[in-house]
Each structure stands twice: as structure tokens, then as C-alpha cells.
Design a protein around this ligand. Structure first.
Ligand code: FES
Ligand code: FES
Length: 164
């Protein structure tokens, strides 16, 4: 069957069968390999994407369920060759080691800060609870979210001052 959806702002059509996973469409058909496959069972968060404004583990979504959806993958965060502030914060704090978990963590962080720009440490831990990292020990990832939050709030304050 054919499905049509928007991914990173582009409309795409793919041919899938009833058991094709969204993760396979993203990685194999569309070659957006920033989205990773870890456990394949919804437990590690490596395959996280944003679909219709919600975080989903794309290994657990059947491709036909994405009919008409609006999807953002890690590749969609780069605009005009500039990385998203959350990506910059992860690099600046050294929160990326092997990098396998990083796209999922970054999308989960983006979603968290879009909804709550100034989260407490507890809220950060809860927001990232669907993602597992085997390298960093999490401290630097939490530091990255705090830095991204500070950058976001500074930008917002700057915009408010300019508007006055
Ligand atoms: S690969 Fe999807 S949650 Fe682990
Ligand atoms: S940086 Fe290696 S799994 Fe997280």
C-alpha cells in the first residue's frame, strides 16, 4: 500500500506492507539514518522521532499508522546549515560519546523544552526517561538540557527586550 506523510517539512510517498515499521521507512527507504535502531522493542529510545507533535519510538509504529502524519527526525532540526540550540548544547557539554543514543535524546529534549522551557532536574529526568545511554552516565546529558534551557531563556529575554 502507498502512504503519504510529511517528514522534516517535505511531503513523501512510500510503498509499504502491513508489517513495515516506521523506523524501516525512515532509515531504509528515506535514508535518514540519524534515527537509530537499538532494542527494536520500545525500550531504548534510540529510534525516537516526533510524530504529530508527540515523541514516538518509531520501532513500535507501523508505517501505515503514519499516513497523513507530520514527522520530525534529527535531520529536521538543522536549518540553513545551522544546528539546533539543543544540538549545540549537547556538543558544548560533552554529552555525546559514541553518539548512538544522541538523536533520540536531542529530540526528547527539544520536545521537553518546547513544552517547559525551564524544567527542574526532576522534570528533565522524567522528560528523558524513555531514552537509554550506555556511555555517558547521564550527568552530561542533564547538563546539556540545562544549558539548552538557559540558551532558550536568554534568547527569549533578548527578544522581549527588543520588543519593548
Ligand atoms: S529501537 Fe526503538 S525503542 Fe529501542
Ligand atoms: S553516547 Fe553512547 S549510548 Fe549514549
Amino acid at each position: 500500500m502507498k502512504i503519504k506523510f510529511t517528514i522534516n517539512g517535505e511531503e513523501r510517498t512510500c510503498d509499504v506492507n502491513s508489517t513495515t515499521r516506521l523506523l524501516d521507512v525512515i532509515r531504509d527507504d528515506l535514508k535518514l539514518t540519524g534515527t537509530k535502531e537499538g532494542c527494536g522493542k520500545g525500550e531504548c529510545g534510540a529510534c525516537t522521532v516526533i510524530m504529530n507533535d508527540k515523541l514516538v519510538t518509531s520501532c513500535l509504529v507501523l508505517a501505515y499508522q503514519a499516513e497523513g502524519a507530520d514527522i520530525i527526525t534529527i535531520e529536521g532540526l538543522v536549518k540553513d546549515d545551522e544546528m539546533h540550540p539543543v544540538q549545540v548544547a549537547f556538543i558544548e557539554t560533552g554529552a555525546v560519546q559514541c553518539g548512538f543514543c544522541t538523536p533520540g535524546f536531542i529530540l526528547a529534549t527539544k520536545k521537553l523544552l518546547d513544552e517547559n522551557p525551564n524544567p527542574t532536574e526532576e522534570e528533565i529526568k522524567r522528560g528523558l526517561s524513555g531514552n537509554i545511554c550506555r556511555c555517558t552516565g547521564y550527568k552530561k546529558i542533564i547538563d546539556a538540557v540545562k544549558l539548552a534551557s538557559r540558551k532558550f531563556l536568554e534568547t527569549k529575554r533578548g527578544e522581549e527586550v527588543e520588543a519593548e
